[in-house]
Design a protein around this ligand. Sequence first.
Ligand code: PMP
Length: 431
Amino acid sequence: MTLSAESQDLIKRRARLLGPNVSTFYDEPLHIVKGQGVWLWDADGRKYLDCYNNVPHVGHCNPRVVEAICRQAATLNTHTRYLHDGILDYAEKLTATMDASLDTAILTCTGSEANDIALRMAEAITGKRGIVATDATYHGNTALVSQLSCSNPPTVGFGLEQYFRFAEAPDSYRNPDPDGTRFAAAVAEQIAAHEEAGTGFAALVICPFFLNEGFPNHPEGWLKPTAEVVRRAGGLLICDEVQSGFGRTGTHMWAHQKMGVVPDVLTLGKPMANGHPVGGVVTRREILKTFRSGYRYFNTFGGNPVSCAAAMAVLEEIEDQKLLAHAEAVGVHARARLNALQEKYDFIGDVRGSGMVFGAEMVLDRASKEPAIAYTDRVINAMRHRGIIHSKLGRHKNTLKIRPPMPFSRENADLLFDTLDEVLAETPVQP
Ligand code: PMP
């Protein structure tokens, strides 16, 4: 397959207008012009099954969300310094899905902003600046938060490095830690290093499902020992649920509930308004009050009436369509199909996931578990040429990342895995 003249022209214009090193997906970038439910169409009218995008959580161009946005945009759009019931109704409905202690919210426009606020909340509450995260993570792109991004580390910065320390990311395949005590000890070690350096400890920030790290298989309640270590040290537990939240894991609305902990601060984004830019921070009232009196936070666009209408429609759709139970059932089926492929193909080393996030780790050899990095890339590109789009993640970038919109069905999963079977059969591990 070769790129159309139109796509080639768009690639040139991107480099000219957006900078020469702007990134795209796939060996032949896609020019998508339309989306509906779990489907995308390119400019030539070709249809793709979307197994990648978690932002259109309740489906591309979901009619309820589109209608809510249009109705509110045609009525009023201002900011949070006027009285409006949209943000209040939303905050009420959102926090009702959480532990009673998580009762107050700030709305932002991105997950990065939400994490930036969370880190500053920890500093405002503890008076300390030492942050701990995992060494294979991503939490966003502000000056502060980009220091956490091991998967995409900055090569320049603002001299903030001394405030960040990293514990080895959990890896249930290569380095099992079934009760979570080893990870808790690794976090304790980094906390002690912050104390020793005189920085002090402010917070641990983690995705409770470790999605960017490759979503290791952990039993429910796995984070309890880690939360204890954080609390004993007087720091805050920040759970970044930008990817893992809103029922993605199927069994629970929030992955922290699955992992048996209540965070001090919870950050949200991506799926929150189905593609309309909405992020958020949920925390206890006294934490929010201390943060706001310290930092005088205001966000021009965060929490505007149109954003709140979109976010509200997403919550309603999750509820009405029973998307958690659906995600759980489709996830069980998807993992069974992946397990069957694992029996057939030696290079599938491990199958993981929960609900509407699943994948397999590709290895060159099951005994050594050596990551099949280039092979994973070839498989992803071959799938794209057959009309199925997904990606890869994890420390070695050799784990298939399958994270479709939540309405993804059992039949969609069958099409995905029938195609994957064909691609694996015809793609040699060594080219
Ligand atoms: N946290 C996590 C776990 C993420 O995966 C991302 C984005 N990939 C972010 C935060 C940042 O979100 P945004 O791109 O909306 O700033």
